[in-house]
Write a protein that binds this ligand. Structure first.
Ligand code: TUI
Length: 312
């Protein structure tokens, strides 16, 4: 399937894997790229050397394009921005901030720059700054989120910018991918569906929570502090929300979540850790290889679009 994004990135299918903290390592990213999408190594709060090593591992698995996702709140963001250039990754996505200060250097290095945005204003600003595309991420997503839904955000960003738009948030199968393309997206980014990929090294208990999740099982913490995070309900989210209601100080809430994503992803503590996942968890029922996920998505999308067309 051709789209502006498959051409821009030199990939086969318009499917991008979100750069998830602690989850999106070289193994996952390289296997998404190998299957014809494009995988992003999630730099999150990791040091620059770890990111460089992961890029080398990914390159040993596939010669297809790969990317790095840079979480802009990281202390290492400046160094990782430089590693992306030195290691000549094909693309960079950014999250949780404005990447304008890196744009010139990345563009000069020939890197495709794709900021993740949650508003029309930031999408416009990124286009002016020279972004090649944007990911329009709705609040159905897991992790750090904005306030608008994918259904309303994507068409508004598509109307506001000339660069290609990648839809994210709530997309996990062929139906939701088809819907995103109808909203004007040129590709989709998925996170939660790839957490349960066979190539994902996430703890089995974490995968099991996603596979068993119902529609209402995710919740938002941290909204009162201005950084809302979506994760699956557990003892941690209940305690956090109670403390938020009691007006507990910022520092104490931060202490509660320090290292909590690692506890869930690496140690499998799905009660007291943070099980970040999107609302789409409720529609994800099986563990498959990255290739099976991508092939199934493309097949389902063709079927639903054909189904709608037949009734017109
Ligand atoms: O970044 C994400 N999702 C994330 S990052 C993350 S790691 C983390 N862990 C604990 C606490 C905080 C972060 C987990 N999930 N998605 C992309 C995204 N970016 N969503 C929303 C935004 C965003 C928000 C504010 C982008 C820009 C922005 O402001 C830009 C400005 O004006 O400075």
């Amino acid at each position: 399937m051709k789209s502006k994004i498959t051409t821009l990135l030199g990939i086969e299918y318009p499917i991008i894997q979100g750069g998830m903290a602690w989850v999106a390592n070289a193994q996952l990213a390289a296997n998404v790229s190998k299957a014809g999408g494009i995988g992003f190594i999630g730099a999150a709060n990791a040091p620059a050397d770890w990111v460089r090593e992961q890029i080398h591992i990914a390159r040993s698995i596939t010669d297809k394009p790969i990317g790095v996702n840079i979480m802009l709140l990281s202390d290492y963001a400046d160094e990782i921005a430089q590693v992306a250039i030195e290691e000549k990754v094909e693309a960079v996505t950014t999250g949780a901030g404005n990447p304008a200060k890196y744009m010139k250097a990345w563009k000069e290095a020939g890197i495709r720059v794709i900021p993740v945005v949650a508003s029309v204003a930031l999408a416009r600003m990124m286009e002016r700054a020279g972004a090649d595309a944007v990911v329009a991420e709705g609040m159905e997503s897991g992790g750090h989120i904005g306030e608008q839904t994918t259904m309303t955000l994507v068409p508004q960003i598509v109307s506001a910018v000339h660069i290609p738009v990648i839809a994210a948030g709530g997309i996990a199968d062929g139906r939701t991918m088809a819907a995103a393309m109808m909203l004007g997206a040129d590709a989709v980014q998925m996170g939660t569906r790839f957490i349960v990929a066979k190539e994902s090294a996430v703890h089995p208990a974490y995968k099991a929570r996603i596979l068993a999740a119902k529609d209402i099982d995710s919740t938002i913490t941290g909204a009162s502090l201005g950084h809302p995070i979506r994760s699956l309900r557990n003892a941690m989210t209940r305690q956090y929300q109670q403390m938020e209601q009691e007006g507990v100080a910022f520092e104490q809430l931060e202490r509660l979540t320090l290292g909590s994503l690692r506890r869930a992803v690496v140690e499998g503590d799905v009660m007291n850790g943070t099980v970040m996942a999107g609302q789409s968890a409720g529609m994800i029922h099986k563990e498959q290889t990255c290739q099976e996920i991508i092939e199934e998505l493309m097949q389902e999308m063709k079927e639903v679009i054909g189904f709608v067309q037949k009734r017109l």
